[in-house]
Design a protein around this ligand. Structure first.
Ligand SMILES: Cc1ncc(COP(=O)(O)O)c(C=O)c1O
Length: 368
């Protein structure tokens, strides 16, 4: 079976983890955490960095860390991972959805301003699959309407917008270190900011908001979303080769792109926009024309040929849980709906060999 993702953990990575475990500093104290946080801040040109237990945890802390809560609205795309919406809902605020751009699959920027109300406090902005959002336009909207920006760069470590790193744009920016991300610590995430006050709040929130005077007298409800020294050792070992990692992601994406760009009845994202190269966190295929609606069948056929694929995200307004909660009633986002109906992605992990990519291409072409 060719899995959708195979991470690369080198002998050196494993040795770093082994050496760290042997020191006995296995929990959320230990020198590696600060070192990893410093490297992440350096990579994204930020002042402060706070590692947490996942990208989802980072988003939950981000909302609360900015003081967003009951009665507040946060704008976000309909097509993304549930972590964005759940972070808002769990903090008792309201997600306000926007449809996607049909080419980049990111939020449709032209539709944002119409949805801003006096209760809007922030834009939660994931970069989806490969291209960064058009940050100049987003920042302009935030400035004009005095909105916070939470930049969810989970999929975009090492990506740049006009040469400026993703993860450098938000009042808070976040990453994930899940196994399919460019750098993985197994599970993990980080919040980055330039604002000292926000930083102080988020480091409290990741650690149960322990009391400053009396440790067990808490002034706020935080979480145990701590990151471990073992995870940091693994992350530190990998961050040194981030350029090599991005280079390989580009290679994988380009092989797929060149082989599939002229195929009838599938849409694939462009290789390049004026502001960025697609780094293909995952290589997505969107069925169209006479293949429209045949996603499950094609995925099944690929699976029979020992190729694992994943469907695209399920849009927020179609989520069972949000329907039960009475959210997004009667709302329609046709681009997001089409993406989830017709999109899936091919094996795209760093451990993929070129012979495996060639096999995936050959089998996919046969099927379509
Ligand atoms: C855009 C985006 N945000 C957040 C997350 C959640 O990250 P984690 O799995 O570390 O909680 C993901 C996970 O894939 C993601 O793609």
């Amino acid at each position: 079976m060719i899995p959708v993702n195979i991470p690369i953990i080198t002998y050196k990575d494993a040795k770093e983890v082994f050496n760290t475990v042997k020191t006995g500093w296995v929990s959320s104290s230990g020198s590696k955490i600060n070192k990893f946080e410093n490297e992440l801040a350096k990579l994204t040109k930020r002042k402060f960095s706070c590692c947490v237990s996942s990208g989802t945890a980072a988003l939950e802390i981000a909302i609360k860390g900015l003081g967003i809560g009951k009665g507040d609205e946060v704008i976000m795309p309909a097509f993304t991972i549930i972590s964005n919406a759940s972070a808002i809902v769990k903090n008792l605020a309201k997600p306000v959805l926007i449809d996607s751009d049909p080419i980049t699959w990111n939020i449709d920027i032209n539709k944002i301003e119409k949805k801003i109300t006096k209760n809007t406090k922030a834009i939660m902005l994931p970069h989806i699959y490969g291209f960064p959002n058009q940050m100049d336009l987003i920042l302009k909207i935030c400035k004009k309407h005095k909105l916070y920006l939470i930049e969810d760069a989970a999929e975009m470590m090492g990506q740049k917008f006009y040469g400026r790193p993703c993860g450098s744009f938000g009042d808070i920016s976040t990453f994930s270190f899940y196994a399919n991300k460019h750098i993985t610590t197994g599970e993990g995430g980080v919040l980055l900011t330039n604002n000292k006050k926000i930083y102080q709040k988020i480091i409290e929130l990741r650690n149960l908001s322990f009391g400053k005077k009396d440790r067990f007298n808490h002034s706020d409800l935080g979480w145990n979303y701590r990151f471990t020294n073992i995870q940091a050792a693994l992350g530190l070992s990998q961050i040194r080769r981030i350029k090599k990692i991005i280079k390989r992601k580009l290679e994988i994406g380009n092989i797929y792109y060149e082989a599939l760009k002229d195929s009838e009845n599938i849409f694939i994202q462009p290789k390049k926009k004026k502001y960025a190269h697609n780094i293909y966190w995952v290589f997505g295929v969107l069925l169209k024309g006479k293949l429209s609606g045949k996603k499950n069948l094609i995925q099944k056929k690929l699976f029979k040929n020992k190729i694992e694929t994943r469907p695209f995200f399920w849009p927020m307004h179609k989520q069972e849980i949000f329907k039960k909660m009475g959210l997004f009633k009667g709302e329609k986002y046709p681009v997001a709906e089409n993406l989830s109906k017709n999109g899936f992605y091919l094996p795209s992990g760093l451990g993929l060999k070129n012979t495996q990519i060639d096999y995936v291409i050959k089998e996919l072409k046969k099927i379509i």
